[in-house]
Design a protein around this ligand. Structure first.
Ligand code: PMV
Length: 360
């Protein structure tokens, strides 16, 4: 098993003056949630997610050697325009990953980034954004060290993404990604996300995620603060143990294709995530009245039709509606008939399980 030290490179065989790359990376939706961390973005419990397909960030990284090698230097553009308020987060990210990418101070970088989803939709862009940026940096490192293996390339890309935003490490690969050490999942590690290595039933092929935009407002609580509140949280240790149990259960469910069991784990995880927020000190509620309306309407519809549709939540008010591909038509009709009214400006985004980052 690799340790963090294995990702600190030896001297490079090549030199490169300038160039550019462009990568897209998707968002992901956790089924077992990551909430709580230790130092260096090490998760307090393992998590598993579906990689998405349509909700993604596209980032171009241009680089050119510079004279002064004493400090980090970069320009940041969002949709082609300078974006000063994103810079501190990127600065911090670069400082964190410099030990793994010792060439960073040798170049001036121009980072140009855009999302395929609306800017203030309440869909977190940190997972896709940090993953897309990490892919670009690992491409540059691969050019400096062409002997790098494909396995190392993706492991290190995910490790770098993790240091930007924990959940970003699950956006490098598809379609089901595990992050965090879990005893009976081979290759799983706290350092980076890995593709779920075991059998996955055909029921989960092209699984659908329709994201209902309930509230596009700024989050009241950043995920950094939320993770911190799991220190000294009265339910922390049982929550972390439960995540291991739920991941174990999901491993069997992925194999059997048991959608009823899948729904129970996924909805319970979403509500547990929010329960942790409601029972921290300070406490907070990120769900809105319409979040609850949607959940109740989904439950009623599922009871009446036996269609295996369920919900999950991020650290926000939006609802991810998850369902297998073969009921897409019926569920979309249900969403249009009964759920759109609870969405801000009637907005929702149709997405599905996808394959991870792509070099453009
Ligand atoms: O990656 P972060 O630090 O923004 O944490 C996100 C955590 C959740 O989205 C709430 C859950 C998860 O596992 O993605």
């Amino acid at each position: 098993m690799l340790t963090a030290k294995d990702f600190i490179p030896a001297a490079y065989s090549q030199t490169i003056e300038s160039g550019e790359y462009q990568w897209s990376a998707p968002s992901n939706i956790a089924l077992v949630k990551y909430w709580g961390k230790k130092d260096n973005q090490i998760p307090a419990n393992p998590s598993v997610s579906f990689t998405l397909s349509n909700c993604k960030t596209i980032t171009k990284l241009a680089f050119a050697k510079k004279e002064n090698k004493d400090s980090l230097s970069f320009d940041l553009l969002f949709e082609g325009q300078p974006k000063e308020d994103f810079k501190p987060k990127i600065q911090k990210f670069l400082e964190r990953i410099e030990v793994y990418l010792p060439f960073l101070k040798e170049y001036h970088f121009t980072i140009d980034t855009q999302n395929t989803f609306p800017h203030s939709s309440g869909i977190a862009s940190s997972a896709s954004g940090m993953a897309a940026l990490a892919m670009n940096f690992i491409s540059l490192e691969k050019a400096l060290n062409p002997a790098m293996t494909d396995a190392y390339f993706y492991q290190k890309a995910s490790l770098l993404a993790r240091l930007g935003s924990g959940s970003a490490c699950r956006s490098v690969k598809g379609q089901v990604v595990v992050w965090g050490k879990q005893a009976n999942i081979e290759g799983s590690t706290d350092l980076y996300g890995v593709e779920f290595p075991n059998e996955i039933h055909a029921n989960f092929k092209n699984y659908q995620d329709t994201i209902l935009l309930v509230d596009k407002g700024e989050k009241q609580v950043s995920s950094t603060v939320g993770h911190d509140l799991m220190h000294n949280h009265p339910y922390a240790s049982s929550r972390f143990a439960q995540a291991h149990e739920n991941l174990d259960a999901l491993k069997a469910i992925f194999k059997s294709g048991d959608l009823d069991a899948f729904i129970k784990i996924v909805e319970s995880e979403a509500l547990t995530l929010h329960a942790m927020m409601m029972t921290s000190m300070p406490y907070f509620i990120l769900m809105k009245p319409n979040t609850l309306q949607i959940i109740n309407t989904i439950w009623k519809f599922r009871n009446e039709t036996q269609i295996p549709v369920c919900f999950t939540l991020d650290a926000g008010a939006n609802v991810h509606v998850l369902y297998p591909e073969n009921v897409t038509e019926k569920v979309l009709q249900f969403i249009k008939d009964e759920l759109v009214g609870y969405c801000q400006n009637g907005q929702y985004i149709c997405d599905e399980i996808g394959n991870g980052a792509i070099l453009l």
